[in-house]
Write a protein that binds this ligand. Structure first.
Ligand SMILES: Cc1cc2nc3c(=O)[nH]c(=O)nc-3n(C[C@H](O)[C@H](O)[C@H](O)COP(=O)(O)OP(=O)(O)OC[C@H]3O[C@@H](n4cnc5c(N)ncnc54)[C@H](O)[C@@H]3O)c2cc1C
Length: 500
């Protein structure tokens, strides 16, 4: 029996564990042991179910991710395999509106905006979000020629330089930074497009204009929806998807399906060593140790770095060069009749140029049906990010007060609305920053790992922070080891379809 040690019980580590379990079910002689530092599994995916103080039902509070991108297949596939597909939860698009704070006032995001490109003329022309000068500059994207690339030149630039070059500074400040940078909690002046949104670079090269490219994408999506309409009884597909019991339903189902008896929580790996006869030896924080035939390091890059330093200095240096930023989410519950503002929206984005403590707010109980009992409301504030690490020095109570003040000032929350409860989730160094040079660093890590039999890395620090990307990274880590052992899984030959 071959034994793989997995370090880290986030969604990437669980993705690896579950794949090994599936291989075992196919008859392969493989087993795993997973170690997780925290007392719970799931890593950044954490849902708390809070009973309503008046026993009217439950609040479902997601502390980390509250959804995944519907078009990416990995979460759907896992949900089908583990039997929770029927619990996938689309957003309530009858109430879909996003507000953007601009010059101190809330403006509705114009209909037809894709990423940061307006694809519908009238909503764009009539929005108060941009000045006329800004709108004209954005429309100039239709005329500006694409970046000239020398033959074989690697195409990359920061989000800031790309958007300013094509659509102007106002588009960056008022739309692209909060929408695109915000997803990664990243600084647009540092963020590598090749590592985060390579499609934008391709679109410029293929269409010569982002506006033309996004109009084509919108038409394609509309056509696909016409071609494959939702069948009777089938669930609506919305841009984002979650689960009825919150995102942790996904990681819980993965842990159950992979086998919790093979997972140890509350213990961390302090060092890993290669054994001269082949295989690996890990030391654990409780003083014990374990041997394995292979090892998957599915931790954050900054915790992987000291583990890998004695093994390969170049990998460790590349890991150390991946910056991270910290953030926190603050969820606060209210009585609906007390909040005093229109709840028919998914949330508010606060661009950096507005200089607010709040980066974004989600109206969780509007966006996701069932997140709060009837006549109750759940709101979530997001703070931190690379430009405001200082805010995280505040205590939980202070953070709640800051977010309440921001809700009052920005959303129009009634100053007399009394919070029913709050939950603060802190994510210390929780967001990897894909800065320029990120892909080269990841390639170096992968190339060097390829030379070390039985070692693979996985997680959101490398090729995508999204939950589906992390699942795939865990699965790919297993595939790397299986290839070395000449294990060929049937499932690896099934092509996954994207969802529209
Ligand atoms: C606030 C926030 C909101 C987000 N929102 C979204 C969203 O809406 N949609 C989306 O798709 N993505 C979102 N993301 C990103 C996504 O949640 C993460 O990229 C993903 O969950 C990371 O999974 P992972 O398994 O790679 O890492 P983690 O979840 O960080 O898991 C790594 C685990 O390794 C453990 N560990 C570390 N060192 C050791 C050791 N030495 N021994 C044992 N265990 C160790 C850690 O305790 C941790 O549990 C969000 C992230 C944050 C922080």
């Amino acid at each position: 029996m071959k034994h793989i040690i997995i370090i880290g019980g986030g969604v990437a580590g669980l993705g690896a564990a579950y794949k090994i379990r599936r291989a075992k079910s196919e008859g392969y002689e493989v087993e795993f042991t997973l170690f997780e530092k925290d007392n719970r599994l799931g890593g950044k995916i954490q849902t708390e179910i809070v009973p309503d103080p008046f026993e009217m039902g439950n609040f479902i509070v997601d502390g980390g991710p509250d959804c995944f991108l519907t078009e990416k297949p990995a979460c759907h596939r896992i949900a089908r395999l583990t039997g929770i597909f029927d619990d996938e939860l689309p957003t309530d698009d009858s109430r879909k509106r996003t507000w953007i704070l601009s010059r101190g006032k809330l403006h509705e995001m114009p209909d037809g905006v894709m990423m940061f490109a307006p694809t519908k003329l009238i909503p764009f022309a009539t929005t108060g979000l941009f000045s006329w000068g800004g709108k004209i500059r954005m429309a100039m994207d239709l005329l500006i020629p694409p970046k000239k690339l020398a033959p074989g030149e690697f195409n990359d630039e920061t989000l800031e330089s790309f958007v300013v070059r094509r659509m102007g500074r106002e588009c960056l400040d008022r739309l692209a930074e909060p929408l695109v940078g915000g997803i990664h909690a990243s600084d647009p002046a540092q963020m590598s497009l090749a590592a985060t949104f390579p499609r934008l670079l391709e679109m410029e090269q293929n269409y010569g204009s982002l506006l033309k490219a996004f109009i084509a994408v919108r038409r394609k999506v509309e056509e696909m929806r016409r071609k494959y309409p939702i069948k009777p009884g089938e669930k609506r597909r919305t841009f984002f998807t979650s689960f009825v019991n919150g995102m942790q339903q996904l990681t819980d189902s993965m842990a159950d399906a992979a086998g919790r008896e093979r997972m140890r929580t509350g213990v961390f790996v302090t060092s890993i060593q290669r054994i001269s006869k082949g295989g690996w030896h890990v030391l654990l924080s409780d003083g014990s140790s374990m041997d394995g035939d292979a090892i998957i390091v599915a931790t954050e890059s900054w915790t992987a770095e000291p583990l890998l330093r004695p093994l390969d200095g170049a990998i460790a240096d590349a890991l150390a060069a991946i910056p991270t930023s910290s953030s926190a989410t603050i969820s606060i519950a209210f009585n609906e009749n007390e909040v005093g503002f229109d709840l028919n929206a998914f949330g508010v984005l606060c661009p950096l140029v507005e200089n607010r403590a709040l980066m974004a707010a989600t109206y969780s109980s509007t966006k996701w049906p069932g997140r709060a009992p009837k006549e109750k409301v759940l709101l979530r504030g997001f703070v931190g990010g690379p430009h405001n690490q200082e805010i995280l020095k505040h205590s939980d109570e202070e953070l709640v007060q800051i977010v309440l003040d921001e809700f009052r000032d920005i959303l129009g929350l009634n100053p007399f609305a009394k919070p029913l409860f709050y939950r603060v989730f802190r994510w210390h160094l929780g967001m990897p920053q894909y800065t320029l040079g990120h892909l080269e660093r990841v390639e170096l890590i992968e190339n060097r790992c390829a030379q070390i039999p039985g070692l693979a890395l996985a997680g959101g620090s490398y090729r995508g922070v999204g939950v589906p990307n992390c699942i795939e990274s865990g699965e790919k880590a297993v595939s790397k080891i299986f290839r070395e052992w000449e294990i060929d899984l049937a499932e690896d030959h099934i092509e996954e379809k994207r969802y529209y």
